[in-house]
Ligand binder design. Structure first.
Ligand SMILES: [Zn+2]
Length: 210
């Protein structure tokens, strides 16, 4: 895709996320890697109403070279790219079910969800939990950087999920699967549940290893 096609695609997927209630107000941000930098959704922009021409263009050091001022959560994205050479796009949302789970006590910080479905294992993988820090705090960037090498999906405590994918479509599909899994996890609370067994999980990881 050309840069202009990527800009249009960011706006189209942003609108799709917004229209389905996965993003609200100015919450959430999307970035895509280019050969010499990134496209990043602007600060205080609404994912449902992005103007492709105003999407921020960053150079390979993360400095803005054109467009509106980038999201103040840009550092979350850069931390993911720094640790994941294969990442082509990063999506961060404040989607309601994932945020609800991010506020729960006693989560396994290495692997937040029990093995509920095959697609959660294939697309979300082991979801890591990053401790709470205020938005924009440098400690949050460091916490994400520490986890991103091993996890393409990170849940920020009392905040929301950040997911890297090989392409924008892959990152959006994975974060949608994460939100769906969070919803299932909440629906199953207090109900006797038959989770996948460790051998079923190992089999999936072997069949669909990326
Ligand atoms: Zn956020």
């Amino acid at each position: 895709m050309t840069e202009n096609q990527l800009r249009d695609h960011i706006a189209a997927l942003g609108k799709s996320l917004y229209d389905r209630g996965l993003a609200h107000g100015s919450a959430g941000n999307i970035s895509v890697k280019l050969t010499d930098g990134w496209l990043m959704t602007p600060t205080n922009s609404c994912l449902g109403r992005l103007d492709p021409a105003r999407i921020s263009r960053l150079d390979s050091s993360g400095k803005i070279i054109s467009g509106d001022k980038p999201s103040k959560e840009t550092f979350l994205h850069i931390s993911m790219y720094e640790e994941r050479a294969t990442a082509g796009a990063v999506v961060h949302l404040h989607s309601v079910h994932a945020v609800a789970v991010s506020c729960m006590d006693g989560l396994n910080a290495e692997d937040v969800f029990p093995p509920i479905t095959a697609y959660a294992i294939m697309q979300v993988g082991k979801l890591a939990l990053a401790p709470y820090y205020p938005p924009g705090d440098e400690s949050l960037a460091q916490a994400v950087r520490k986890l991103a090498g091993k996890h393409h999906s990170v849940l920020l405590a009392n905040h929301g999920p950040v997911v890297a994918g090989s392409s924008l479509d892959a990152a959006v599909n994975a974060i949608e699967e994460l939100e769906q899994t969070a919803k299932l996890y909440l629906l199953l609370q207090g109900k006797p549940t038959r989770f996948l067994t460790p051998s079923q999980v190992a089999d999936l990881n072997q069949r669909f290893a990326s």
